[in-house]
Design a protein around this ligand. Structure first.
Ligand code: ATP
Ligand code: MG
Length: 556
């Protein structure tokens, strides 16, 4: 993260105002994920904003699991979320909390509201309740159970807690206003009965608080000052405020921003879970997924993702960001940092007829032209090499500067070679290219001749076999969310697996998650330890061509 002054936005302005007017003495924020899935790039934006605000104003940011729905939550998700927040570069220190830490306190406060005549036990079924709720244009109707006495409500609520009633047979509701223009204030449910085992509280509870009841009060207990959330909670803010006012407890300020949407992908955890459960991807960390685990495995750096979040900024208006911008960010970051290597993805044998059989030379290759400190390495060169199938054409199309019969090309870091012929297989396909080399051109010096093309290569007897996975967008349309069934717009070419690739020997034993630029091809990342028994596997992060830069240039 750079130290350059940050452009202001409405969240920052609000925080500054609250510090100046002394509404709050410091800044405490929280990131409140529900552990019902893995974090995705949208969460990264929320994390950047929450932790970023705390960092900027010398405050702190809590990680709080919103674990109020045991049916959908699990420890696997809890662990993955913590790992991913840390990987992104943020730290909650000792401030790890769970909404479930507060179940007892929340229960007591609910009892308090009942005693104040502000909450009641309702026997309406879910269907009846939605019928009574009214619509945006019509007021709701009051439940026949709304005017139970305080004593009766207290008794029933206690019996709810003790498991005397079936799931769904009763709820506790706040008594607010059934004719409110804001449907969230039409006697919202505070508790529902759910006889499910919770990953932390086990079977202690069979009534669970609703999000709105748990959230604001949890914020208050933790002394949160700014409860930053996405726009869909704007209409819940009056309820957030109402609960806190009734209880007369510390009152944080809720501020909403527009959620991040990214083209060619989906961000709903429900839809992502479907992809995982139906085996349409290999898991939550499939490199095509917009999850942080997927992006990490794809080769994204935390820096690139934070940079993306900065550039996207904070807005109030719903927006769709082009996935090309995210790719641009990682390309920029890796261009600065990734070591260059030579890898041949679709090998074609090249034999240098006038190069001695047994000879091997160690040639110097630059590790990163963007970073002199990265130094150089030795690359072995010998009589038989592999080049990319694409780098030989017979006959050559117009303006083709690579290899074709009679043509010369420079082998990167090595010599100029001239094609003298080819060997063909039974089907007429080229199986081998024959060349001669100019010994005086060592290091690529063309000695005054015009040699326009430079191609990469590996030495056949030294190269290491590898599998390379080329990824493309998971969906073939920019807005998969707009179609009924996202499965119908999956990109059938989102993964191409190349086996039999050959990479230069310095990549033998490359560590999982290490990232390289394969010269002329793009950025690649060593796949995780799971795939290691199968040998070296590289995931393509992005190609070298920057479509975002093109979009920007066209706009200018
Ligand atoms: P669900 O659809 O299950 O409610 P969610 O995406 O809202 O999921 P949460 O775990 O509740 O998931 O999200 C944690 C926080 O991340 C919330 O404060 C939420 O507002 C924020 N968040 C979620 N999705 C995005 C997004 N696309 N852009 C920005 N912030 C997001
Ligand atoms: Mg949510």
């Amino acid at each position: 993260m750079s130290d350059a002054p940050k452009p202001s936005n409405f969240i920052r302005d609000a925080v500054i105002e609250d510090l100046q007017t002394r509404r709050f003495k410091g800044v405490v924020t929280r990131f409140p994920p529900e552990p019902n899935g893995y974090l995705h790039i949208g969460h990264a934006q929320a994390i950047s904003i929450d932790f970023g605000a705390a960092r900027e104003f010398g405050g702190r940011c809590h990680l709080r699991f919103d674990d109020t729905n045991p049916a959908k939550e699990s420890q696997e998700y809890v662990d993955a979320i913590m790992r991913d927040v840390r990987w992104l570069g943020f730290d909650w220190g000792e401030h790890l909390y769970h909404a479930s830490d507060y179940f007892e306190q929340l229960y007591e406060w609910a009892v308090q509201l009942i005693k104040m005549g502000k909450a009641y036990v309702d026997d309406l079924t879910a269907d009846q309740m939605s019928e009574y709720r009214g619509t945006l244009t019509e007021p709701g109707r009051e439940s026949p159970y709304r005017n139970r006495s305080v004593a009766e409500n207290l008794g029933l609520f206690e019996r709810m807690r003790h498991g005397e009633f079936e799931d769904g047979s009763k709820t506790l509701r706040a008594k607010i206003d059934m004719s409110s223009g804001n449907i969230n204030l039409r006697d919202p449910v505070m508790y529902r009965i759910r006889k499910a085992t919770h990953q932390r509280t086990g079977d202690t509870w069979c009534i669970y608080p609703m999000y709105d009841w748990a959230h604001g009060q949890s914020d208050s207990i933790e002394g949160v000052t700014h409860s930053i959330c996405t726009l869909e909670y704007e209409d819940h803010r009056p309820l957030y405020d109402w609960y806190l006012e009734q209880l007369a407890i510390h009152h944080p300020r809720q501020i909403e921003f527009a959620r991040l949407n990214l083209s060619h992908t989906v961000m709903s955890k429900r839809k992502l879970l479907t992809l995982v459960e139906e085996g349409l991807v290999s898991g939550w960390d499939d490199p095509r997924m917009p999850t942080l685990a997927g992006l990490r495995r794809r080769g994204y750096t935390p820096e690139a993702i934070r940079d993306f979040c900065e550039r996207v900024g904070v807005t109030k208006a719903a927006n769709l960001r082009d996935i090309a911008l995210l790719e641009h960010c990682v390309r920029e970051d890796l261009n600065r940092r990734a070591l260059r290597r030579m890898a041949v993805l679709r090998p074609l044998r090249l034999v240098i007829e006038n190069y001695p059989e047994e000879r091997v030379e160690e040639l110097d290759a630059v590790n990163n032209p963007e970073d002199a400190r990265a130094g150089t390495r030795k690359v072995p060169f010998s009589r038989v090499l592999y080049i990319e199938q694409d780098d030989f054409r017979d006959p050559p199309p117009p303006k083709y500067f690579r290899l074709s019969p009679g043509a010369e090309v420079r082998l990167r870091y090595a010599y100029v070679v001239k094609c003298t012929g080819v060997v063909k297989g039974l089907g007429g396909e080229v199986t081998e290219v024959r060349c001669t080399y100019d010994p005086a051109s060592r290091g690529g010096d063309s000695r005054g001749r015009k040699v326009k093309g430079t191609i990469h290569w590996v030495s056949a007897s030294h190269a290491v076999p590898a599998e390379v996975r080329l990824y493309d967008n998971l969906f073939s349309v920019p807005k998969p969310d707009e179609v009924e069934d996202v499965k119908t717009v999956l990109n059938p070419r989102s993964l191409e697996t190349l086996t039999g690739c050959r990479v230069e020997p310095s990549l033998a034993g490359a560590a999982p998650e290490s990232r390289y630029q394969f010269e002329r091809q793009g950025y690649f990342c060593v796949d995780g330890p799971d795939s290691l028994p199968a040998g070296l596997v590289f995931n393509r992060t992005v190609g070298l061509r920057d479509t975002w830069a093109k979009i920007e240039a066209a706009r200018a």
